[in-house]
Design a protein around this ligand. Structure first.
Ligand code: SF4
Ligand code: SF4
Length: 339
């Protein structure tokens, strides 16, 4: 397999950034990792994962969709779409890489979301295998192997070298663009690292979490469960769980009058908010119980029912560590699986 020594990783980043925009996870002052546009000298974070997922590059938190100019009854629609430039997102973890399979099912189904597709066409995802999974990780529950991440190209580290392999043509093009910096490497030590990682994965607290109780014809059984009342009782409706989630994809579209023109923009929304899906007649979910239930029913029951059993969660663990009241999808799964 091709490799580069970790000492020379900066040279690889420099070479990529000369040709296209490169984003890498790097540490903020408070120690949390976030994606930033690479500048020479920037260090790759050693944190397991970023605070916010790589979803942002393909489905940004806010974006302008179109402009309008109005003169009396005349409306001019200005298509502000531009072809994206090629870019690379490096260091995406296996869970977040899988989130694109889920987002693609939403945004690339007919009618195709041209804004998302444009970025998917121009973005290359280079993943990084995990070696130190956290206690909040449960990607294995959804069939994800963090030692063999998806993405266009995948990387592994044995502590001294970074190994890289293409998963498709786009990934191969990425490798070809930096091949002068790569050399053939012996993977013996890397194979040991993978074995150790799998041992850790088997001992994680959520290693045996199962989806068995969901999918199939469990819809009404779970929908009518009396457990939602207790589970949702303390939910603040803050939306944090939806905003950190790599697979949440709800958005709102609004018009803003700048005084010169109307800007139509979309921004992330949250099914946990009281005005989510509010219409002229009012809201369809009037209690936090209904809103809370919607989020988890969508991920665990509705999405797999409509997508050949694919769940709407990738087990990244972000909602486990970020919810201010320590409520999360794992607690919901465990509560609902008990009859
Ligand atoms: S489950 Fe937690 S993070 Fe999500 S809306 Fe409720 S309080 Fe906020
Ligand atoms: S529901 Fe929680 S664990 Fe699942 S993908 Fe979203 S943030 Fe990650």
């Amino acid at each position: 397999m091709l490799k580069i020594s970790l000492e020379n990783l900066g040279k690889l980043f420099d070479a990529v950034a000369e040709k296209q925009t490169l984003y890498i996870p790097t540490d903020r002052e408070d120690g949390a990792a976030e994606y930033r546009k690479y500048e020479s000298g920037m260090k790759l974070s050693k944190n397991l994962n970023t605070l916010r997922s790589a979803k942002d590059f393909f489905f940004p938190q806010t974006e302008n969709l179109a402009d309008f100019k109005m003169e009396g009854k005349k409306i001019e629609v200005i298509d502000i779409r531009e072809e994206s430039e090629d870019f690379v997102v490096f260091g995406v973890r296996a869970c977040d890489a899988r989130s694109f399979t889920i987002l693609d099912k939403v945004f690339l189904s007919e009618p195709v979301d041209s804004y998302y597709k444009n970025r998917r066409d121009h973005g290359t995802i280079v993943t990084m295998a995990c070696t130190k999974p956290a206690e909040t990780c449960f990607c294995g529950t959804f069939g994800i192997d963090p030692t063999a991440p998806e993405g266009d190209a995948a990387c592994w580290s044995d502590g001294e070298n970074l190994f890289i392999q293409a998963n498709n043509e786009k990934g191969q093009a990425f490798i070809d663009s930096v091949v002068a910096l790569l050399e053939d490497g012996d993977t013996a030590k890397l194979d040991e690292v993978k074995v150790k990682t799998k041992e850790i994965l088997g001992k994680l607290p959520l290693a045996n979490l199962s989806t068995e109780a969901f999918g199939g014809d469990t819809l009404m059984e779970h929908f009518k469960s009396e457990k939602w009342a207790e589970l949702s009782e303390s939910c603040l409706g803050c939306g944090t769980c939806t905003f950190v989630c790599p697979t949440c994809q709800c958005y709102d579209i609004k018009d803003f009058n700048t005084g010169h023109e109307i800007k139509r923009f979309r921004c992330w929304d949250s099914c946990m908010y009281s005005d989510f899906t509010k219409m002229a007649h009012g809201n369809i979910r009037n209690s936090q119980l209904e809103r809370f239930r919607q989020r988890f029913m969508h991920k665990l029951v509705y999405f797999p029912s409509n997508n050949n059993g694919e769940f709407g969660c990738v087990g990244c663990g972000r909602c486990l560590s970020k919810c201010p009241i320590s409520m999360n999808i794992v607690k919901v799964m465990k509560a609902l699986e008990v009859k």
